[in-house]
Design a protein around this ligand. Structure first.
Ligand SMILES: Cc1cc2nc3c(=O)[nH]c(=O)nc-3n(C[C@H](O)[C@H](O)[C@H](O)COP(=O)(O)O)c2cc1C
Length: 200
């Protein structure tokens, strides 16, 4: 089995980076092959081009590589902070440019694009680890947890990925080293549990 692990955070000492390395190690301990990408480190260009919009072609070798790995993976893992209730723009661009037809989904031949998509990915599990500085109560009651809708419905739901595990760590700004170590332990346990179950 294979896991695709995508990180969207610019600071290499961030808690998001610590989550990223914990996820990679946990999959590797489970003998699952990992495709891991730190989008900032790899200087991924998030801007969808005119050529990409008008066809299935792209001049960007990273888009081809990422798409190939997306198609091959059994687990899709995204790690990012909450920025304005959304993923950082670099990850939005990854979704725009890589999670697209004909690799990730397609439309029936007679369809002009307005109907329901045909699911194409083999990945059965979508996993998201987020960080934020907002209390859970305020996130739910005032903001309405937009990241939950984005991942669960707009992305994984659209792609036909029904098993979704999303966890938000908060409040990072007030957290102690003990909190962060406990959260990393949770990340490791989550991956080992999910990977162990799916391998059976
Ligand atoms: C551009 C930007 C937008 C942000 N928007 C939000 C937000 O909408 N809600 C929130 O709780 N935190 C927001 N934050 C705070 C980040 O979520 C927080 O710094 C991050 O989760 C901490 O994780 P890290 O230590 O790995 O950077 C924002 C931070 C930045 C830089």
């Amino acid at each position: 089995m294979k896991a695709l692990v995508i990180l969207a955070h610019p600071y290499h000492k961030s808690f998001n980076h610590a989550i990223y390395h914990t996820v990679i190690n946990a999959f590797q301990e489970q003998k699952i092959e990992v495709y891991a990408h730190d989008l900032y480190e790899e200087a991924f260009n998030p801007v969808l081009t005119e050529k990409e919009l008008g066809s299935d072609a792209s001049d960007d070798p990273l888009v081809h590589q990422y798409a190939k790995e997306l198609v091959e993976s059994d687990f899709l893992v995204f790690i990012h902070p909450n920025w304005w209730g959304q993923p950082p723009a670099i990850l939005k661009g990854y979704i725009d440019r890589v999670v697209r037809p004909p690799y990730a989904y397609d439309f029936p031949e007679e369809d002009t694009g307005g109907g329901l998509p045909v699911e194409k990915l083999k990945a059965g599990y979508g996993i998201v680890f987020n960080t934020s500085n907002t209390e859970a109560e305020r996130e739910d009651s005032y903001f309405g947890d937009p990241l939950d809708k984005i991942w669960e419905k707009c992305i994984f739901g659209f792609l036909g990925i029904k098993k979704v595990h999303r966890k938000m760590f908060r409040i990072i700004a007030d957290s102690s080293e003990i909190d962060r170590n406990k959260w990393l332990q949770e990340v490791e346990e989550d991956i080992i549990r999910i990977a162990g179950k799916e391998k059976r």
